[in-house]
Design a protein around this ligand. Structure first.
Ligand SMILES: Cc1ncc(COP(=O)(O)O)c(C=O)c1O
Length: 384
């Protein structure tokens, strides 16, 4: 058997074979349609909504990096989650992590539920809640781990066993960890979801998504869903994402290094009530994170001693960090999730889950960490 190459090597060299005339970057096939040799005869490429060579290079590369059989690239992460839901019918039941990205919650509750698909939201970090929620008609368990913004960890192999015993599929949103730090398919999941708009593209210049399946038997179904619902990405965005992918490993290591330094700094701050980062030994699921992840990522959330006003002022006072709803960029971001990424999640729901009004989320970029800490120091000094 050929020796498996390292992640960094694959991420750089995987797309090479798709280049023409020695092109080291996959060309941008900016075509809506491709010539057919005969009426009714279908070649590999006919129309970009169905297939495009730049998109093909990206989906193949991501499928290899995730250890999947096949994947589709979509116009956004939410389009990938919506495509996943299209695999199920009215009357089916989905059990989902409660602490999911706010847009995922909105998609599930305001759109997919209207198609007659039922949802149960549970704290999936507690596997008894997941097994308790599973029913006869449960077809999917949907997990986000680490979760956004609470950084809770769900035990992927344990949930995979529950899904298997019920004959349901397990999908994991791997956006936060990326395949560099976590391989859900190797841990027993059936499907991986990505927002490519975050770490994988990495430079805040792309909106994209991916749905990758472990079992090749879902290939035709997901291909068909993408084609029939028009969820395809732009070839240029696929090109940019492929460039981002080449430096993913390097960036992730630096994001993590900076996040750990900042998390440890925050723990020491008198106005900080709690710090959520799975890389801290005091994180309640640190051991589980160590078991199923090879790194802890670049997001740190923390609660300030105060209310919404205090949190918003702190955010406003933090220089260098960009106030942004997103994460996963080379630049550091700061956000107030309750009214940004999770604004469509009802307050009672949030509070029930320990997502308080003073929660601040940081996405640590790859800058000099001393400058990031100085910026936070500046904001803390204004609190006193
Ligand atoms: C964990 C997670 N999954 C999915 C999405 C949706 O991705 P997109 O914004 O690309 O539609 C997001 C967006 O913030 C996210 O944070």
């Amino acid at each position: 058997m050929a020796k498996r190459r390292g992640f960094e090597t694959e991420a750089i060299h995987l797309s090479k074979k798709f280049g023409e005339r020695g092109a080291l970057n996959v060309p941008i096939y900016q075509n809506s349609t491709f010539a057919q040799v005969e009426p009714g005869k279908w070649e590999d490429y006919t129309y970009t909504r169905t297939n495009n060579p730049t998109e093909e290079a990206l989906r193949n590369a991501l499928s290899v990096l995730e250890g999947g059989a096949y994947g589709i690239i979509t116009s956004s992460g939410l389009a990938a989650i919506n495509a996943l839901c299209e695999m199920f019918d009215s009357g089916d039941h989905i059990v989902s992590t409660a602490d999911v990205y706010g847009g995922t919650y909105r998609l599930f509750t305001e759109f997919v539920a209207k198609r007659g698909i039922e949802f149960s939201f549970v704290e999936s970090k507690d596997i008894t809640q997941v097994s308790g929620a599973v029913r006869e008609n449960t077809k999917l368990i949907y997990v986000e781990t680490p979760s956004n913004p609470l950084l809770e960890i769900t035990d992927i192999p344990a949930i995979a066993r529950i899904a298997k015993s019920q004959g349901a599929l397990l999908a994991v949103d791997n956006t936060m960890a990326t395949p560099y730090f976590q391989k859900p398919l190797e841990l027993g999941a059936d499907i991986v979801i990505h927002s490519l708009s975050k770490y994988i593209s990495g430079h805040t210049n792309v909106i994209g998504g991916a749905l990758i399946v472990k079992d090749d038997s879902y290939r035709d179904q997901i291909k068909f869903i993408r084609k029939a619902t028009g969820a395809n990405p732009a070839p240029f965005d696929c090109y940019l994402t492929l460039l981002g992918l080449k430096t993913l490993a390097l960036r992730m290591r630096r994001h993590e290094e900076n996040a750990l330094r900042v998390a440890k700094y925050l723990v020491e701050q008198p106005r900080v009530v709690s710090v959520r980062y799975p890389g801290l030994s005091e994180h309640p699921q640190h051991e589980l994170a160590k078991k199923q992840m090879s790194g802890f990522g670049g997001i740190v959330s923390f609660e300030l001693d105060g209310d919404e006003k205090v949190a918003k002022k702190f955010i406003q006072d933090t220089e260098l960090f960009t106030i942004s709803i997103s994460f996963g960029s080379v630049a550091s971001f700061i956000s107030y999730p309750a009214q940004m990424s999770h604004k469509d999640m009802p307050r009672e729901e949030r509070i029930k889950r320990g997502f308080s009004d003073s929660l601040v989320r940081l996405s640590l970029g790859i800058e000099d960490v001393n400058d990031l800490i100085s910026a936070l120091d500046g904001a803390f000094s204004k609190m006193r």
